[in-house]
Ligand binder design. Structure first.
Ligand SMILES: Cc1ncc(COP(=O)(O)O)c(C=O)c1O
Length: 340
């Protein structure tokens, strides 16, 4: 095999040795299958292709300084996938089966787990699709669950640093009572134009307000938002954002650090009052926000004039990373060692 240049991996797809699969047929989940094929052969009338019966997840395995491989809160990913299944009428995959398949696929692709020093990790992508044929708009009667893995580079190549965001009003990602709280492909298709618009304008990511009133903060790209002020961690309550596992963890860590935690609606104007702001998700843990521009009213909310992440964001980031890498005690029992 060609040597992998661990230090220069990006967030892209690289083929690995195996993926694991499980099919739902006749009302039940079958046996776990191991596959070395990168393709799936499905019926042209499969519901995933026509009616968006598709869900995915994203999590990572980390090679730690003690040599072990850990996965972070995979039970939460399993639970979120189950919630998505309820949202678009797909059969729920049991947590035990989800975890067993994660462990199997990580083991089978051990040689693709990046070394600790590289800062890279093994990205784990579970995917559930309706494979049964339908022409009318109905749930499928057969499903395929697949997990593949691919090594990905560290999010911050040049160190932990801030990024500029822009509020996009032209396009909504999800409706207030739509599928924004589920991890379904349609939400990401709906976000492509806003994301391109933000990039074309020179921003690192798009920022969404609530779709109904365009008044409250929703999400930033594929990450949740949080702001810090007066020793308080504030994050939006909204019916159209994805419940981020990173955000849930940061809320707990903020509390552990003695901060107050508020989950509530955040009016756009309140952005002006935050001392720090960040986008959080599996990809970066925290991507500190330098500024958010609102081109419609010409306002610019600046959190970091010097481009440096704030002290609370830095503390939260370091603490969560240290737990993921088994460096600091995992007092909440969030990590699972999947390889000794
Ligand atoms: C729309 C959206 N919001 C937030 C997140 C962050 O969620 P998590 O912390 O579970 O990765 C993601 C990534 O999964 C996402 O796609």
């Amino acid at each position: 095999m060609k040597e992998i240049d661990w230090a220069n991996l990006s967030f892209g797809y690289m083929p690995t040795d195996y993926n694991v699969r499980c099919r739902w047929r006749d009302g039940a989940w079958g046996e776990i299958e191991v596959s070395s094929s990168e393709t799936i052969n499905i019926h042209m009338a499969a519901t995933c292709l026509h009616y968006g019966q598709e869900a995915f997840e994203g999590l990572k395995a980390y090679r730690c300084p003690d040599g072990k491989v850990r996965v972070f809160r995979m039970d939460e990913n399993a639970a979120r996938l189950q919630s998505t299944c309820r949202g678009i009428l797909m059969p729920e995959l049991p947590t035990d089966l989800f975890e067993e398949m994660v462990r199997r696929v990580v083991h089978l692709n051990e040689r693709f787990i990046p070394p600790y020093e590289s800062g890279a990790s093994l990205y784990i992508r579970p995917l559930l699709i309706g494979t049964g044929a339908q022409v009318g708009v109905h749930p499928a009667d057969e499903y395929l669950f697949v997990i593949f893995v691919t090594p990905v580079g560290p999010y911050f190549k040049g160190g932990f640093s801030t990024n500029p965001y822009v509020i996009i009003r032209e396009f909504d990602r999800a409706a207030p009572l739509g599928t924004g709280i589920y991890k379904v492909g349609g939400n990401y298709a709906a976000s492509l134009r806003a994301n391109k618009m933000a990039h074309d304008l020179g921003y690192s990511c798009e920022f969404y307000l609530d779709a109904k009133e365009k008044k409250y903060i929703d999400e930033c790209g594929a990450a949740n938002f949080f702001g810090i002020k007066n020793n308080t961690y504030v994050t939006p309550a909204s019916t159209s954002i994805l419940p981020s596992i990173t955000n849930k963890s940061l809320m707990q860590l903020a509390e552990d650090l003695g901060l107050k935690v508020e989950r509530r609606q955040i009016p756009e104007e309140e952005l002006a009052t935050f001392e720090e702001a960040g986008a959080c998700g599996t990809a970066a843990v925290i991507s500190p926000i330098g500024r958010i521009d609102d081109l419609e009213n010409g306002r610019s909310y600046v959190f970091s004039p010097d481009g440096q992440p704030g002290p609370v964001s830095t503390k939260l980031y370091n603490r969560l990373r240290a737990i993921q890498y088994g460096i600091e005690p995992d007092t909440h029992g969030w990590t699972q060692v999947v390889m000794e």
